[in-house]
Write a protein that binds this ligand. Structure first.
Ligand SMILES: C[S@@+](CC[C@H](N)C(=O)[O-])C[C@H]1O[C@@H](n2cnc3c(N)ncnc32)[C@H](O)[C@@H]1O
Length: 299
């Protein structure tokens, strides 16, 4: 059987073999191998991300002329999806947006996705969203103590503050997002999930942070690649004894580089810190991984 893991659907546990009509293909790769040429078959994708009603997958350039076929086959093997989209670019720009294109099924890019008992509307291609961070959101939610004020910076369509609101006894959260589309869908998602202890701020953390001097018991900073540029602002806003959850992409195993950045930035801000935990969150590329640092303030 295929398995769903943190929004990623992988058929990869299956051994690939030709199926007869008595044994119809059970997974995407197996079904694709029956339709692709011998030359194409080794490139057949075996996993994809699931955003509720929409499946999204990366199609290697060797199969760029077979996108429609791949989409149709995915729908046939997994009929619970309404739409299949292909990924058309890397995450780009300040909004970290990835272009997508509908290749099969209903012509739509608005996903309705469920995670940890919460529902999210996600306009794919207009906002960043990763189902692969669902475990992180729930992990942090379970660490939040009653009465905490939480900063959810770089909040997108609101998955961090909404999961926190539903799975913790926090007092309130302040969610800051630069992308107007992200902010607008975060508003819709608050209503959809009947959440009323989250304040949404549309804007640049660099411009609004001064309003929150020593306000937060905890700050989540899911902005890998450039998050270190906001450590100074986080140290300005976090209370003594507060905790910062800082994300970064590193060359596998190189926890030292971000650790040095954290220590230097804390020193420049005249704050003392203790590294509570550093851990791998997910694979980013064959040579890189996404990691999280939980930083405890000592003053
Ligand atoms: C990696 S995404 C995370 C989104 C969301 N937290 C999630 O997990 O789905 C980073 C987000 O930060 C936003 N962003 C980038 N620079 C920002 C800034 N200076 N101030 C506020 N938001 C920013 C981007 O638009 C994007 O939505």
């Amino acid at each position: 059987m295929a398995s769903i893991n943190k929004g990623t659907f992988s058929d990869s546990n299956h051994s690939v073999h030709a199926s007869s009509s008595k044994n119809p293909p059970q997974n995407l790769k197996e079904a694709l191998i029956l339709k692709l040429s011998k030359k194409e078959a080794p490139f057949a994708p075996k996993s994809f991300d699931t955003f509720g009603n929409i499946a999204v997958l990366e199609i290697p350039k060797e199969l760029s002329k077979r996108k429609k076929l791949i989409g149709k086959i995915l729908l046939k093997v997994h009929p619970r999806f309404e739409t299949v989209c292909s990924i058309e670019s890397n995450h780009k720009g300040a909004f970290r947006i990835q272009k997508v294109k509908v290749i099969a099924g209903k012509k739509q890019t608005l996903a309705t996705y469920k995670e940890s008992g919460c529902t999210f509307l996600i306009p794919l291609g207009k906002v960043f969203f990763s189902p692969r961070l669902s475990g992180e959101r729930l992990r942090i939610a379970k660490e939040i103590k009653k009465g905490e004020i939480v900063g959810c910076w770089f909040s997108g369509v609101g998955p961090y503050p909404i999961v926190f609101s539903k799975h913790s006894k926090m007092k309130r959260a302040v969610a800051i997002e630069l992308n107007p589309a992200g902010h607008s869908y975060a508003k819709k998602n608050l209503v959809l999930n009947k959440v009323n202890n989250v304040e949404l701020v549309k804007g640049d953390v660099k411009k609004v942070y001064k309003k929150y001097k020593r306000v937060f018991d905890r700050i989540a900073m899911p902005l890998p690649h450039t998050g270190y540029e906001f450590l100074k602002e986080a140290f300005f806003c976090i209370k003594p004894k507060g905790i910062i959850h800082f994300y970064e992409i590193i060359v596998k195993g190189d926890f030292d580089t971000p650790t040095k950045q954290i220590v230097l930035s804390a020193k420049e801000s005249k704050r003392r810190v203790k590294l509570l935990r550093s851990a791998r969150v997910r694979q980013f590329s064959p040579t890189k991984e996404q990691v999280v640092f939980d930083i405890q303030m000592l003053n």
